[in-house]
Design a protein around this ligand. Structure first.
Ligand SMILES: [Zn+2]
Length: 69
């Protein structure tokens, strides 16, 4: 095995590792978002928190449990 083959093999492995890390990192984030009570602003549903006492950072409204709907 010469140096070029080693470099190609290593960069291939690095790419696969990067893809796996990216994929599983994303999956973890999605899991975290769906577990437990999630509270969201009625006007700005993308503003979410697990804290029932939290307020919307845009309009200051109290966040409501988005799982009740
Ligand atoms: Zn809001």
């Amino acid at each position: 095995m010469d140096l070029t083959q080693i470099i190609v093999t290593l960069s291939g492995l690095a790419l696969i590792g990067l893809n796996l890390w990216f994929f599983f990192g994303k999956a973890d984030k999605m899991k975290g978002a769906s577990k437990g009570a999630l509270y969201a602003c009625p006007m700005h549903p993308w503003i979410t928190s697990n804290d029932p006492t939290a307020d919307c950072s845009i309009c200051g409204m109290k966040l409501v449990n988005s799982e009740k709907a």
